[in-house]
Structures are given as C-alpha cells and as structure tokens.
Design a binder for this molecule. Structure first.
Ligand SMILES: C[S@@+](CC[C@H](N)C(=O)[O-])C[C@H]1O[C@@H](n2cnc3c(N)ncnc32)[C@H](O)[C@@H]1O
Length: 389
C-alpha cells in the first residue's frame, strides 16, 4: 500500500514538471520572422473571385439570353446537384429486392397457402418499397438552357473551389510548371480559367472534354467574351466530346470537377478514372461536392487509382496520394462526416442574392461553399515531401 502511495507521489511530482499549457516548438525557426498566419501549411484563400474577363462574359451572356425565371431555375439546379446521389448498382438493387421479398413473405400467416395472387401482391409490395427507398438517379442532359443555368448557378463557386484545390499544388510544388491540361467534364470551363490564372505562362494546351456540345459552345463563348467573333481570352483551348483515344498521350495536369456523378454506374466511373490516370503525367485532380456522396465518389476513385489493374499500362510509375491526406490507408472519415473544406467566393453580380442555406452561406462578404477533393500524382515527382521539414 505504502509503495503504491509512493509511486503515486512520484508520478504527481513528475507530472507537475509541465505547465499544462500548449507549448510552441520554435526551435527549427522555419518561419524565420514571418507571422504564424503565413505558415506554409495554411492553404486557405481569401474570397476568390472569377477573373474580370470571365465575370463580364458570364454577365453579358446571361443578359443576352434573357432566360425567364433564371434565378429560380439556377437555385433548383444547385439544390438538385448538391443532393444528387450515386446511381444504385444492379447487384445492390437485387440484394435489396430479395431482402424485401423475404420480409414480405415471412409476414404472411404461416397457415396460408401461397397462391399466384399472393405472389403478385408481394411483387407489387417489393416494387413499391424499392421505389420509395431507392434514390432514382437520372442522367442529366446539359442542353443549352441547362448549361446557361449552370453558368448562373455554379461558375463562380466552381471556379473558387477548383482554384483552392489547384493552389495546393501551386504552393507546395513551385517547380511544377504544367504544359498541358486535360479537363474531363469541362462544362463552362472553370478549370481552364483557374489553371490559366495559376500557370498561364507555362500551359501550352488546354484539352476540354465534355459530351455536351452546348456546354462546349458556351465555354468557348465565355472565353470569347460573349461574342462568337470575339478573340479567345486564353489561347490553345481545344474541345472534344470524348476522351482522346491514344493511351500514349499524357498531360501534366488531368482534372475532373463535379463530373463523376454524371456517369451511370460504378463500372463507368472506374473505367473513366483508369483512363484519366493513364493520361496523367503529373497530377490527377478530382473535385466533388463536400457531401457524403462527393467524398465517397472520391474515395472510390482513390481505390481505383491505388489498386491499378489497368490492362493498358504505358506508364509504370506508381500512384501516390498527394492531398488532402498523403497516405494510402483507408480514410477514417468514410462512414462518418464527409472530409471537406470551406471556400469563400465572390458571387457573380447577378440581380438575385444567393439565399443562406446549407450549400451557400454568406459570411464576411463572400459566399461559402463546401467541397471535397483528391490529388494523386506519379511518385517520381517526389512532390510535397519538403513540408514539414
Ligand atoms: C456538373 S458539370 C461540371 C462542369 C465543370 N467541370 C465545372 O466545374 O464547371 C458536369 C459536366 O460533365 C459533362 N459530362 C457528363 N457525362 C460526361 C462524359 N461521359 N464525358 C465527358 N463529359 C461528361 C456534362 O455534360 C457536364 O458539362
């Protein structure tokens, strides 16, 4: 007993040696005289605003097309895209249907003989329950009207989110000077504008891939300042409706922003990610909504990139996760809250004020949005290893 007391006193004496206050280890002095808000690990940006040329072009185009009730349509499109879930897989649907059928059959009185009428009733019950419980994913066709609504609803915020994500490479790997960009699901061109703003002097080719001809036309129109005969604000921007076929051709920067959920099933998403990774010479950057679904889409893509297994391998350099967490283990947040970041942006000066809701909340002069992202790279770059030193 005495010895226990003695040990306890010993521990107390030892523990009182620390003050209990957090202590800053400044021994490496890596910040020199800089204030802590300039810490190299801080990658947040202040309010991000579209380049003036993009903002003016968007305003001009939206005025020119003069869509009735644009505000309401843009708000519903934002809500729809934000709450969109992945399409259910056929196998999951069958498993769910079979579980429901078993439940309905066991609910029948034991004495009852199962007649064809019973079977019809159970089938009806299963279909009704499936319809109620299953998210009904539908492909979205980006027609001219919907593309214009997308421009009004998401160009400003999408640009801000992509800028924040690309900024991570820009700051952490200053030697990276991409010469080529491949943007999958390029839409209104947010990625092209953001890439140009950061690396405009080095990029010699911007390859935009989007199945929607209307989106491609609109994206080009924005680059021309709203007039078909206008000069392109960014040179060497090319449009394709499908990914370039040649597996040998690689791009320094490959991106996909808010486009993975446009694909109809897991297999299509995996094939697309494999194709994008095949085309990646440097970094593969994926951005999605900061929702559970967005996070899951990215974790699925992460698995595909890390697992490899592509039949057409032209580049043997293995994949490495660069950000947000540079490790290859399972994400501990997968089943919990989504891993996302907040970015403020200056909304397009359109006549309506964005409402305060869970997607966009106004704060300190800008509008806030939540996004998730994933950056993978080819390992030989040895990128991002310099911090913390
Ligand atoms: C939500 S928008 C994203 C636009 C753009 N990335 C942005 O951030 O502004 C999705 C885009 O993906 C395009 N898309 C859908 N399926 C596609 C496919 N299989 N290949 C290429 N683009 C596709 C759509 O036409 C649409 O423009």
């Amino acid at each position: 007993m005495l010895s226990i007391r003695f040990r306890f006193l010993q521990i107390r004496t030892m523990s009182s040696a620390t003050s209990g206050k957090p202590q800053l280890d400044n021994s490496s002095n890596f910040l020199s005289e800089l204030p802590h808000r300039k810490h190299p690990g801080i990658l947040n940006l202040n309010i991000v605003r579209l380049p003036k040329e993009a903002e003016n072009a968007a305003e001009y185009i939206l005025k020119k097309f003069n869509i009735q009730h644009l505000e309401e349509y843009a708000a519903s499109l934002t809500n729809y895209l934000w709450s969109r879930k992945r399409p259910i897989e056929d196998t999951d649907l069958r498993i769910k249907a079979s579980a429901l059928e078993t439940a309905f059959r066991t609910a029948l009185p034991e004495s009852e003989i199962v007649t064809p009428a019973h079977n019809r009733k159970i089938k009806h019950q299963v279909l009704t329950a499936l319809r109620k419980q299953t998210y009904n994913w539908q492909p979205l066709s980006y027609t001219e009207q919907i593309s214009l609504m997308y421009l009004a609803a998401r160009f400003d915020g999408g640009y801000a989110a992509v800028t924040r994500v690309l900024q991570e490479i820009y700051k952490r790997v200053p030697d990276f000077k991409p010469e080529s960009l491949l943007d999958f699901g390029s839409g209104v061109g947010s990625v092209t504008w953001a890439t140009h703003a950061l690396w405009g002097t080095s990029v010699k080719e911007y390859m935009c891939v989007d199945t929607s001809a209307s989106m491609n036309q609109l994206s080009e129109l924005i680059l021309r300042g709203g007039e078909e005969s206008g000069d392109m604000h960014i040179n060497n921007v090319y449009y394709r409706q499908f990914l370039p076929v040649s597996p040998k051709m690689q791009y320094d920067l490959v991106t996909s922003a808010f486009s993975l959920n446009e694909l109809p099933n897991l297999s299509a998403r995996q094939k697309t990610i494999q194709a994008l990774w095949r085309k990646t010479g440097g970094f593969l950057v994926l951005v999605e909504n900061g929702t559970k679904e967005g996070h899951q889409l990215l974790m699925e893509a992460r698995d595909t990139v890390l697992r490899g297994g592509d039949k057409e391998i032209w580049d043997n350099r293995p994949a490495c996760i660069f950000a947000p967490c540079p490790h290859q283990l399972k994400c501990p947040r997968l089943q919990k809250l989504p891993c996302n970041f907040v970015q403020q942006y200056q909304s397009l000066p359109l006549k309506w004020v964005r409402t305060t809701n869970y997607i966009n909340t106004t704060f300190g002069g800008g509008v806030c949005r939540f996004d998730s992202y994933l950056i993978s790279h080819r390992t030989h770059l040895n990128a991002g290893r310099s911090f913390p030193s």
